[in-house]
Design a protein around this ligand. Sequence first.
Ligand code: ADP
Ligand code: NI
Length: 231
Amino acid sequence: MPAADSELIERTADFIRQQFLHEGSGHDWEHIRRVWQVARALARHTPQANSLITELGALLHDVADWKFHGGDEEAGPHAARQWLHSQQAPEAVIQAVEIIIREISFKGLGVPTPMSTLEGELVQDADRLDAIGAIGVARAFAYGGHKNRPLHDPTIPPAAHDSFESYKKNTSPTVNHFYEKLLHLQDRLNTPAARRVARQRHAFMEQFLTQFMREWDGQDVEASAEAEDKP
Ligand code: ADP
Ligand code: NI
């Protein structure tokens, strides 16, 4: 990669690191760093992918996220354009990054989210891998806490959102998010490499939910009392 490109990536990483350091909703700098690292690894196995666009897309994918900007879907692409423009990035690169940010988000179970570029596919896979597994569990509850949501409420069934509008308005308990999004991500990845990584992460979430429900209903306590009663 030309030196000018690596410098732009480093400056962008510094810019984002400063903004996201003290973030408590699971969208902190460490999330961005993991997505950057995984997207870079996916790009290494995808020679046709432009690595500058992939890395900038990963670093900027959550900038001014609609989730934290009153639902404004253009805030992210706009903020990315402003930053990259201030760094004299070529217009083609700016446009490619804007497209990634515009298309990357999950928008509800019934809403397809195809990525129109190869680089976007890699960044979306990296972002989705960070939403599942042990880190996915931690991030989901961090987000729920940030939004003051209950962990779980068995009287509120999960919903399959068929529009981005209804997905955005959703305020259901955090456990519902697993059924409304996280457990479906393994089937919505773009690359075989990401699908391979997802297998174990997905299995871990299922195991977590099984154990969560056992504790919720006290089944494990009952089982242990029964075991003790037996001579
Ligand atoms: P996306 O834009 O595709 O939703 P992000 O990288 O912005 O991806 O992160 C989304 C993450 O935020 C989810 O994977 C989850 O950890 C958290 N999150 C978003 N909505 C909820 C929710 N309703 N309940 C719990 N966690 C959520
Ligand atoms: Ni993200």
